[in-house]
Design a binder for this molecule. Structure first.
Ligand SMILES: *Cc1c(COP(=O)(O)O)cnc(C)c1O
Length: 437
């Protein structure tokens, strides 16, 4: 089928791309040539030109955790086009509409009990900004303006705008580059690794001592629950979330869970907080919220936080993005949630988990592999050295798979609709990438 969207030859497009377009964490001009994708369907990306003999790649990345239902899904397409015929956007100040209201109500219904109020934002980083603003404003409003700092554990990632950057892992997060400019937040050690490893009392003491020493200046603790994603792809025991909940209550500090990567089933529970049966004061959602269709994020908070803010001298939450509550994005988010919950998603995630366990096991015996770990629909191969991204990508593409390694990590989080054969293929590609990268 001729594709009218790619009238421009790939070579010409790449030349313009190189000349003008920034890519994530990229230099200018770019040094690695990106692949040109002309369309995507199911779990496959179609390339404008074959690469390593492949004209289609199975997406092992779900476009960075987001495309949980795969691409070009008829139900999600219909949600967008149906909404498009009614209105693609309308301002949210003074106006409201059904998709945003229904989405907010749905999020309250499916997230841990106690989260009652929803702020819709346009990206994950902005939702973290809003979460922190909620907490700072809460303390200010109730007469404790000295509580302004944040505590997190090392190895985290919370986004690339200023506030999130300050709580990203100080080594991976380029704090060096920004020293003297970034606000200095408090860092606990990396939580002990392993979903099944017992909660370490020494680490709990470590957290307690930081909270007790800094309770007067701490506004909030912010962490990624159970899985630390872009900060190093580490897993920890959900018990630490209950520990944080208890310590935050004891020392009167708010608790923010950043579920932007973990939300909507990725770790085997609908939200990572559900592994621990606890409720944070504030929760951030993003990435797979719209099934990867459009950018949208949400910050949820409890009655207590909302009431505190509303009792202040400035009794409003001072935030309001232009595209807040975008109808297309909220409509497709609702459809994506219905699609997820309307199927036995836990079985699908378990199936992929089993496939990743089996398919990545051989990587343990490869030279240069330090660790192999799997949780839910997330598979990680950690090398003993920095990945040669170009070589690893080439090896995976040769196997017909798209992966995007970083640092010493080759990792995958396939769409939940990835069939067993394609999961096995992804694993073969990761092993090849580990061997050659
Ligand atoms: C991706 C991510 C963010 C940032 O979201 P953006 O939409 O890229 O701004 C924040 N926190 C976590 C845990 C993430 O994985």
């Amino acid at each position: 089928m001729p594709d009218q969207h790619h009238a421009m030859p790939a070579a010409e497009l790449l030349a313009l791309d190189r000349q003008h377009v920034w890519h994530p964490y990229g230099p200018m001009p770019g040094r690695q040539e990106p692949l040109v994708v002309s369309s995507a369907s199911g779990v496959r990306l179609r390339l404008a030109e074959p690469s390593q003999g492949q004209d289609e790649l199975v997406d092992g990345m779900s476009s960075w955790w987001s495309a949980i239902h795969g691409y070009n899904h008829p139900v999600l397409n219909e949600a967008v086009t149906g909404q498009l015929g009614r209105m693609s956007h309308v301002m949210f100040g003074g106006l409201t509409h059904e998709p945003a209201v229904r989405l907010a109500a749905r999020l309250v219904e499916i997230t841990p009990p106690g989260l009652e109020h929803v702020f819709l934002a346009d990206s994950g980083s902005v939702s973290v900004e809003v979460a922190v603003k909620m907490c700072l404003q809460y303390w200010r409003s109730i007469g404790r303006p000295g509580k302004t700092r944040l505590l997190t554990w090392r190895g985290g990632y919370h986004g690339d705008t200023w506030t999130p950057m300050a709580v990203c892992d100080p080594e991976g997060g380029m704090h060096e580059l920004w020293s003297g400019i970034l606000p200095r937040q408090l860092f606990a050690d990396v939580p002990p690794s392993g979903f099944d490893a017992p909660v370490d009392p020494a680490y709990v003491d470590h957290l307690r001592s930081l909270l007790s020493a800094h309770a007067d200046e701490l506004a909030a603790v912010i962490v990624e629950p159970v899985v630390q994603g872009a900060g190093g792809m580490r897993f920890h025991n959900p018990g630490y979330l209950r520990v944080l909940r208890e310590l935050c209550d004891e020392y009167d500090v708010l608790l923010i869970l950043d579920e932007i990567a973990t939300g909507f089933g990725r770790t085997g529970a609908l939200f990572a907080a559900d592994h621990a049966g606890m409720t944070p004061d504030v929760m951030c959602l993003g990435k797979s919220l719209t099934g990867g269709y459009l950018t949208l994020a949400a910050t949820l908070c409890t009655e207590r936080v909302a009431n505190g803010i509303s009792r202040g001298a400035v009794p409003v939450l001072a935030h309001g993005p232009t595209f807040m509550g975008n109808p297309l994005a909220t409509a497709v988010a609702l459809a994506s949630i219905d699609l997820l919950l309307g199927q036995d998603w836990q079985r699908e995630v378990k199936r992929i988990e089993a496939g990743l366990q089996e398919g990545l096991a051989p990587a343990r015996n490869l030279p240069g592999v330090r660790d192999v770990r799997v949780l839910g629909a997330i598979g990680v191969v950690q090398l003993t050295h920095e990945v040669d991204v170009a070589a690893a990508t080439r090896a995976a593409v040769r196997e017909g798979v798209w992966v995007r390694p970083f640092r010493d990590l080759i990792y995958v989080m396939p769409p939940f609709v990835t069939g067993d054969g394609d999961v096995a293929r992804i694993c073969r590609a990761v092993c090849a990438a580990a061997e050659e990268g």
